[in-house]
Design a protein around this ligand. Structure first.
Ligand SMILES: [Zn+2]
Length: 218
């Protein structure tokens, strides 16, 4: 029998050897003077994105594949460039320019405009059948869409509060969505995933077992 170990791990997944233990501290923001989350030895050019501190991670793909975790760098890269989370190739359909996207219940929050928010990067058409077959999460609940466009909406983050001596105290708020307009929260957040807003979505297939009904003919 073939097992997930026999297939290449999706590009976006994290590896055990990539984990970094963060040395966090609250320090005054050089611009506003207000406290914000930082590292003991900050790298101003790479540690922040739009005012939020980014979780550090290695990108060496060493150790064991963490099948339920996304690597922060590769997740951000896929979102920024519209790359397939499985093969890292372009996720846009060459014929239509629309982007193939697999949506699951857990990685999705609908918005009022018939679009929605997700932290799952796109999946190119060629990689969709194998993804649906192998990913336990997708097997439970998945719908395949093409989307006309998407934009950066915010991050998933862990939230901290300043304790004595600027030591960060974890609030217990894990994987919380923080939008770019939530200026009061951004300085207290450690971002682990980028979140995008999808629009102009067209449902291609949906079902309890999408493998049976998914028709991806060219
Ligand atoms: Zn792909």
């Amino acid at each position: 029998m073939t097992t997930p170990q026999d297939i290449p791990a999706p590009y976006v997944l994290a590896y055990s050897g990539e984990a970094v233990t963060p040395r966090l501290i609250f320090t005054p923001d050089p611009l506003s003077g207000e406290l914000r989350l930082s590292y003991h030895k900050p790298r101003p050019r790479s540690d922040w994105h739009r005012g939020v501190l980014l979780a550090r991670t290695r990108t060496n793909r060493r150790g064991q594949v963490m099948w339920r975790m996304l690597n922060r760098h590769r997740q951000q890269e896929c979102m920024a460039k519209g790359l397939c989370q499985v093969c890292a190739g372009p996720a846009a359909d060459p014929a239509t320019g629309r982007i193939w996207w697999v949506i699951t219940e857990t990685g999705w929050r609908g918005t009022n405009d018939s679009g929605g928010l997700t932290n799952a990067p796109p999946t190119c058409r060629a990689c969709i059948p194998a993804s649906l077959r192998w990913c336990p999460q997708l097997r439970k609940s998945a719908a395949v869409y093409t989307v006309g466009g998407y934009e950066s909406a915010g991050v998933l983050a862990d939230l901290y509060e300043p304790g004595p001596g600027g030591m960060p105290v974890f609030t217990g708020d894990h994987n919380r969505f923080v939008g770019w307009e939530e200026f009061a929260l951004l300085p207290y957040a450690l971002a682990t995933q980028m979140v995008v807003h999808l629009n102009d979505m067209a449902l291609i297939e949906h079902g309890a077992d999408p493998r049976e009904t998914l028709l991806l003919t060219s």
